[in-house]
Design a protein around this ligand. Structure first.
Ligand code: C2E
Ligand code: MG
Ligand code: MG
Length: 716
């Protein structure tokens, strides 16, 4: 592996010398002489001894006397050259012939010294040799360092995730790192000599001029410049969108100083970072910020933006534009009964059909649950707008086939025009919304154009109304349960389901504060649907837990009963949770009954056939005629809590309760009292033969968890 430059320190290496000399006199004096100049001195008195020592370890310098007793000094010399070529040999000889000196030098001696020599001469030669040695070492060291640093730089450049390049002054590649292969599919060799234009996306060429082959340096040079590069023709890599990658470029000019001190431009240097991934992520995020992910349609933010532009345009041209508010009728029911997956598919199919009704220039947006907005940027008159509304209503007549379900969808449309009904984005949307509610009020599956009169009846309630709609979408409703107790046994025989709104800021809101508005705005439909589903599910859960069988009572609003498919819907809900008709009871008030008595008789009879029992809620406060009551399949009368409350202070209280009790008996109806708060009230009810009671005395309405505990306690 690669070390670091710091590892290659230049140590001044110690110098060792081997003196080969058979004359002891010389040996000793030489040793003494050289001691200050070399670090280590070893001696040998024969050729063999010397070769043995060299074999055992290396020496930097050998001082060799040619006249050895056992072998020729030249042979020693030759062997040293052969085996230890790094070792510098200084030959010392008594032989005065020049041939001998030449021979020694030819064999590779570093220097030659003739005996007898002056001590300075020897010292000079040895010092020269050690110096040469140092130089040699130093040289080798720098060589290594250079190789090392080049390797390091190449490694850094090639392992960079970015494309690094240099261009000549004409804009042709002179260097490209290996990242070009990975990013563009172009290996360095094939790019060298090509003009950078060849890799720049055709549409970006103009922008790329003077940036890729940047001449400037410092702060004015190209920084973080976005640009698209093409994939190299023979690229086998994954091409990006239209075969391009987006890069972020930093580039600058390269200069050198000439001999006469001038700055000369020699080309450009650049680093291009592949940011395609980031670009794609950015595009997705932007898309998500302005679109509804389920249908791919614009969302409210994009819609508002488009309306803003259209208003500006209409203002200039003096034309009108229209904003339509679309709300699917009973969509919640589909979601609750068939599940969210089917609901989602239905929404997608509906949005496609809606889109098909419109022109290219119109905007269709989905702004939540089952609500859509439409912008018609140019309309001639109210008449045109109505025509489109009719077209949309008609387009939804045909059923949708989602998986195996044949689903019928209707919607209500409200429209507001610029400038007649408002001149700002929010006003137009709000007025279209108000008009839509009127359409719903008038019986759904229709449209309504905004008029100022509509506003007066609506704006006060709009807050609660929009709040309620959000509550439905966000699941802020809860069902609480209040036990109904058999007066004789004291056992829980039923539970009344009472809805509550868990408001994120206001806390738990009782039904009295929103049911009336919900009924008014048509929202009671989806709310009641949700309550019925929740209650059926709860009955199913308790049944599966093996708790004692009880009847769950649901309060029914007139709106629900008006639905033509109410009985089917009700029985479907029971079936969905495998419930018996006797497990769910319905409570209707007298006023509800009186709204459409004939219709009620029909529907209640059908329900009765399913085993579903009906009780008249708040009995005694309305004007139900006994003759009608007799025609209805009713099972229970529920005495209004005001009579129970009045039992003690009001002298007529007991007589009213007495009367109702007598009537119930004569009609063979069950009698249940609500609002029982004291033992005294309960005692009185026992005396008149009341069957069951409900009230704070036994328990307040509680959430499903506590209701479960109450039922479990009864088991033991
Ligand atoms: P209700 O059907 O007559 O329900 C009985 C009301 O009396 C409940 O009020 C209950 O909390 C209250 N109550 C029970 N015991 C006592 C007691 O001992 N003393 C007193 N003073 N009050 C007692 P809540 O829950 O506020 O409901 C009010 C009304 O809202 C209900 O009257 C019912 O007409 C309506 N409502 C509740 N849930 C629904 C629903 O899911 N759908 C429809 N359409 N209406 C509902
Ligand atoms: Mg009730
Ligand atoms: Mg009641």
């Amino acid at each position: 592996m690669l070390g670091t430059i710091a590892d290659l320190r230049l140590d001044s290496p110690s110098v060792s010398i081997l003196i080969i000399e058979d004359e002891v006199r010389y040996l000793d004096s030489t040793r003494l002489l050289l001691a200050p100049y070399v670090d280590e001195i070893v001696t040998a008195m024969s050729g063999h001894q010397a070769l043995g020592m060299l074999e055992a370890r290396g020496f930097d310098i050998v001082l060799l006397d040619l006249g050895l007793p056992d072998m020729s000094g030249h042979d020693v010399m030759a062997q040293v050259r052969r085996q230890w070529p790094e070792t510098s040999v200084i030959v010392v000889s008594g032989d005065t012939s020049i041939e001998s000196a030449i021979r020694a030098l030819r064999l590779g001696a570093y220097d030659y010294l003739r005996k007898p020599y002056e001590p300075e001469e020897l010292i000079k030669i040895v010092r020269n040799t050690t110096q040469k040695l140092h130089l040699h070492n130093e040289n080798r060291h720098f060589q290594q360092m250079l190789q090392h640093s080049e390797y390091l730089h190449r490694l850094l450049v090639n392992n960079s995730p970015d494309i690094i390049y240099t261009l000549d002054p004409q804009g042709r590649f002179t260097f490209v790192n290996e990242s070009a292969q990975r990013i563009l599919g172009a290996d360095a060799a094939s790019l060298i000599g090509h003009h950078y234009d060849e890799i720049v996306h055709a549409q970006d060429r103009e922008q790329a001029r003077h940036t890729v082959n940047e001449r400037r340096t410092g702060e004015r040079a190209t920084q973080n410049f976005e640009l698209r590069f093409k994939l190299w023709p023979d690229a086998s890599g994954q091409p990006g969108q239209d075969g391009a990658v987006t890069v972020e470029l930093n580039a600058m000019g390269l200069y050198r100083t000439t001999a006469n001190g001038k700055r000369e431009f020699i080309g450009s240097y650049g680093v291009a970072r592949d940011i395609s991934e980031r670009k794609r992520a950015e595009e997705t995020i932007t898309f998500q910020a302005y679109h509804d992910l389920l249908t791919g349609l614009p969302n409210r933010a994009l819609f508002r933006d488009r309306v803003g532009q259209a208003i500006a345009q209409a203002r200039r041209s003096g034309q009108k534009l229209a904003v339509l508010f679309l709300d699917l009728d009973h969509f919640k029911m589909v979601n609750d009964t068939l599940g969210h997956l089917i609901g989602d598919e239905l929404l997608q199919a509906v949005s496609q059909r809606l889109r098909a009704c419109m022109r290219e220039t119109d905007t269709l947006a989905r702004i939540g649950g089952d609500e859509f907005l439409v912008l018609l940027p140019q309309v001639q008159s109210r008449h045109n707008t109505e025509a489109l509304a009719r077209k949309i209503v008609a387009a939804l007549k045909a059923p949708f086939m989602i998986e195996d379900h044949e689903l019928f969808v209707s919607l209500s449309i409200g429209a507001a025009l610029y400038p007649d009904d408002g001149d700002g984005i929010e006003t137009l949307i709000k007025h279209a919304d108000i008009a839509m509610y009127h359409a719903k009020d008038r019986g759904r599956n229709g449209y309504c154009l905004y008029a100022d009169e509509l506003k007066d009846s609506f704006s006060g309630q709009l807050d609660i109304r929009t709040g309620l709609r959000r509550a439905l979408e966000r699941g802020e409703f809860e069902v609480h349960y209040q036990p109904q107790v058999n007066i004789e046994t004291g056992h829980i025989v039923g539970m009344e389901a009472l809805v509550r709104w868990q408001h994120p800021e206001k806390g738990l809101i009782p039904p009295g504060e929103f049911i009336a508005i919900a009924e008014d705005s048509g929202l009671i439909g989806p709310i009641s649907d949700w309550v019925l589903q929740t209650v059926c599910q709860q009955a199913h859960v308790w049944q599966r837990m093996g708790l004692p069988p009880i009847t769950l009572a649901v309060n029914l609003s007139a709106r629900q009963l008006e639905r033509p498919d109410f009985v089917e819907y009700f029985s479907q809900s029971l079936n969905a949770y495998r419930l018996d008709g006797r497990q769910v009871e319905i409570e209707i008030t007298e006023s509800t009954l009186m709204r459409d008595i004939e219709g009620c008789i029909q529907k209640l009879k059908k329900l009765s056939e399913l085993g579903v029992e009906v009780s008249i809620d708040d009995f005694g406060t309305g004007y139900s005629s006994l003759s009608y009551l007799q025609k209805l399949p009713i099972h229970t009368l529920k005495i209004d809590r005001s009579f129970i409350h009045d039992l003690e202070p009001n002298p007529h209280g007991p007589s009213i309760v007495n009367g109702i009790a007598a009537m119930a008996k004569s009609m063979r109806l069950n009698l249940i009292a609500e609002g029982v708060e004291s033992e005294a009230q309960l005692d009185f009810l026992k005396t008149v033969g009341c069957d069951a009671y409900q009230g704070y005395l036994f328990s307040r309405p509680v959430d499903s968890r506590q209701a479960t505990l109450l039922l479990e306690r009864q088991c033991h």
